[in-house]
Ligand binder design. Structure first.
Ligand code: URA
Length: 439
């Protein structure tokens, strides 16, 4: 059966639900190149305005999943858990969560992403380690998961090709921030991993796709329901992205932060441990994963287990195994940026809520991410935060350091960062790192 694309666009434009056959046909015809980009963009925009009902979302997700092939890890005979974040700045927790799960002998097959818009990507971060390989062949990934529990690979041509194509289109047609489209995109890839459980880190705040806790809750509920309809157990944490996570945002610098944290180090300065938010969120996400894997009876037990695996150095050893297997890679040779500058407070006062999206865009400007598909990234570029929201600062006090391998990029970034990290009067409200949990 074939359909007329313009009629499906019109149906959605009028707010009507598409049938199962119509959705499956559209996704397949788009993947095969029968429906062109311009018609798919119009349909995506109609979805942005009119949404989809729960049945449409379930069918859309399944059609995206079935556009490619799925892993089969059932023969491993144990729980398979992944953690997925909706995207943030300084958001590096997969690098710590995976090793904790592996240390508990929980399989963690992770298909990770690259930087997207103003948000960073785990693959770009890991590739900053000289020698680290993410473009694994399917068989190599399967072998590593089976032998060492944890592996990270990039999406291949045969994993959700419909999403690969549609995501690139959404990125340039302002249709990324649509709940049904995000849901289909994320959950099709997670279902392809053949997991038994998924921990979702749904971000809210100035640096997140969803700016308010309520919108993040709606997205989390939708992702959870879609996962559960497909037999996946899901716990979703709604977490704060009003300021970058941890000390560093970038590629090499984020790996360095994770490595130091796994070695038990802290970064105490100005009354803070600047590593605390990265460490705490990673441990909480890992604890949720251990709970889903049945490694504890309740969240308190799962937290204790995650802390023990982390404090004993077991997680660090798993990370070192990953470095050897997906290399050989040399973490002692992380690149350093040649050029750096410090942004200083223009006045005395209190650090106000930050515009984290602009901080993320500053990272992209420095070379951490790509402005257009195919841009080469600068593994050494990034930002180091010296303050948190609500800190009292004096005029001239350093707020952050920003660095790049290309000196001129510091000039173009300076104004952006000065606008994003404002110092003013009054005490801003500090929201918790984990605002809500859907379990
Ligand atoms: N991450 C994805 O993989 N897809 C989206 O649509 C948004 C975030």
């Amino acid at each position: 059966m074939s359909y007329v694309p313009s009629q499906l666009i019109q149906k959605k434009k009028r707010g009507l639900a598409l049938t199962t056959d119509e959705i499956r046909w559209l996704v397949n015809a788009y993947t095969a190149g029968v429906v062109p980009d311009y018609q798919m963009s119009a349909w995506a925009m109609a979805v942005w305005f009119k949404g989809m009902n729960d049945d449409e979302i379930a069918v859309f997700t399944d059609a995206m999943l079935k556009s490619g092939s799925r892993f089969d890890f059932s023969k491993l005979g144990g729980p398979r858990i992944d953690k997925h974040s909706t995207g943030g700045i300084g958001d590096k927790t997969s690098i710590i969560v995976g090793p904790i799960l592996a240390a508990a002998k929980v399989y963690a097959p992770m298909i990770a992403g690259r930087g997207l818009g103003h948000t960073g990507g785990t693959l770009d971060k890991l590739e900053a380690i000289p020698g680290f390989r993410v473009a694994l062949a399917r068989a190599e990934f399967e072998k590593h998961v089976a032998e060492n529990y944890f592996s990270i690979m990039s999406q291949t041509e045969d994993i959700c090709p419909a999403d690969k194509k549609l995501y690139a289109l959404r990125d340039v047609t302002s249709t990324v921030d649509s709940l049904p489209l995000i849901c289909g995109s994320i959950m099709s890839k997670k279902l392809a991993e053949d997991l038994t459980g998924l921990v979702l880190d749904v971000k809210f705040g100035s640096g997140a796709l969803m700016k308010s806790v309520n919108d993040a809750m709606k997205l989390a509920q939708l992702l959870k329901t879609t996962g559960e309809k497909n037999g996946l157990r899901v716990i979703a944490l709604i977490t704060n992205m009003n300021e970058p996570l941890g000390r560093f945002s970038g590629n090499a610098v984020e790996v360095h932060e994770c490595y130091e944290i796994m070695q038990g180090k802290t970064l105490l300065e100005n009354g803070h441990d600047f590593y605390a938010s990265t460490r705490e969120l990673s441990l909480e996400l890992a604890a949720c994963g251990l709970l889903l894997a049945g490694r504890a009876d309740d969240i308190a037990g799962a937290r204790a287990h995650a802390h023990e695996l982390f404090n004993s150095g077991a997680a660090l050893r798993e990370f070192e195994k990953l470095l050897a297997y997906q290399g050989p890679s040399d973490i002692s040779k992380l690149p350093h940026a040649k050029f750096s500058r410090v942004l200083k407070a223009a006045r005395s006062g209190t650090v106000q809520p930050m515009d984290s999206e602009v901080i993320g865009m500053s990272c992209v400007e420095l070379g951490v991410g790509r402005k257009v598909v195919g841009d080469k990234i600068d593994p050494a570029a990034g930002i180091e935060m010296f303050v948190r929201i609500g800190d009292n600062v004096k005029a001239g006090q350093p707020l952050c350091r920003y660095f790049s391998s290309v000196e001129s990029k510091l000039d173009s970034t300076e104004k952006m960062l000065a606008a994003a990290i404002a110092v003013g009067d009054g005490a801003p409200e500090r929201l918790p790192l984990v605002a809500k949990v859907l379990s």
